[in-house]
Design a protein around this ligand. Structure first.
Ligand SMILES: [Zn+2]
Length: 78
């Protein structure tokens, strides 16, 4: 992962593990321990291409299961 990338607000991005929440309206998927670049000033989150791809896969799997809420750990799945 690249460090010290610049956010669009001009502040620098920090490499962190975050909880990523995806709200589908009727259901919610929470993925914990997702590696991301986070802006300390505006809160903007940026994911690595590989991470973004994995999140997308997890999103599709979640929709298939038709669960209302799920809390999952990124490290265990990806
Ligand atoms: Zn920012």
């Amino acid at each position: 992962m690249k460090i010290n990338e610049q956010c669009r607000c001009g502040s620098s991005l920090e490499s962190k593990y975050i909880s990523h929440l995806i709200d589908f309206g009727s259901s919610v998927l929470v993925i914990r321990n997702v590696p991301a670049l986070v802006c300390s000033r505006c809160g903007y989150k940026l994911f690595d291409d590989v991470v973004a791809e994995n999140l997308e896969k997890m999103e599709i799997d979640f929709k298939k299961r038709n669960d209302l809420i799920e809390v999952t750990n990124y490290k265990e799945v990806a």
